[in-house]
Design a protein around this ligand. Structure first.
Ligand code: S3P
Length: 173
């Protein structure tokens, strides 16, 4: 039985790598945010708007526990999931946790283009966005680095880069 959790900051490539890696490893793929949206029939943004971040984190926690009961799965979590409650300890206790590590500069470049779906980044751009990412990542890293595998995911420009990352991860897992 295999259960892998893919964690990392927003824009680290968890969903992209997760889909490819799950296929190679013969595991079912679950994106925790997509799972939440399916269960609640609401977008993450709507849940943030209606229940606030605290409400979202409670739902995220409950849904994490729900999907962690499945076997032979690769679960990619939202960027904040490992940093609330004892979620990180919980994941380490029931599977292998992989942290996709990306620098602040690279994250800022990636997120500038696709920040609109992420309530946490609402209204930020340019230097303000980069400063926010730097400070937020600094706080989150103490949680992320509890993962049993820490993997450099800085270079992920092409499909070949994604394939190479997941092939390398497959060897490690
Ligand atoms: C969040 C990350 C998002 C999503 C929510 C909050 C965060 O997921 O769970 O918007 O706090 O880092 P992605 O990491 O997939 O963008």
């Amino acid at each position: 039985m295999k259960r892998i959790f893919l964690i990392g900051y927003m824009g680290a490539g968890k969903t992209t790598v997760g889909k490819d890696l799950a296929q190679r490893a013969g595991l079912s793929f679950i994106d925790l945010d997509a799972y939440i949206e399916g269960r609640y029939h609401k977008t993450v943004r709507q849940i943030f708007d209606e229940k606030g971040e605290d409400g979202f984190r409670q739902i995220e926690r409950n849904m994490l526990q729900e999907v962690a009961a499945f076997e032979n799965v690769l679960i990619s979590t939202g960027g904040g999931a490992p940093c609330f409650y004892d979620n990180m300890e919980f994941m380490n206790g029931c599977g292998t946790v992989v942290y996709l590590k990306v620098s602040v500069d690279e994250l800022a470049n990636r997120l500038e283009l696709c920040k609109h779906t992420r309530p946490v980044l609402q209204g930020r751009s340019g230097e303000d966005l980069k400063c926010f990412i730097r400070e937020n990542l600094e706080k989150r890293e103490s949680h992320y680095t509890k993962a049993s595998v820490i993997f450099d995911a800085e270079n992920m420009l092409t499909e070949t880069d994604v394939e190479n990352i997941s092939k390398a991860l497959l060897k490690l897992l």
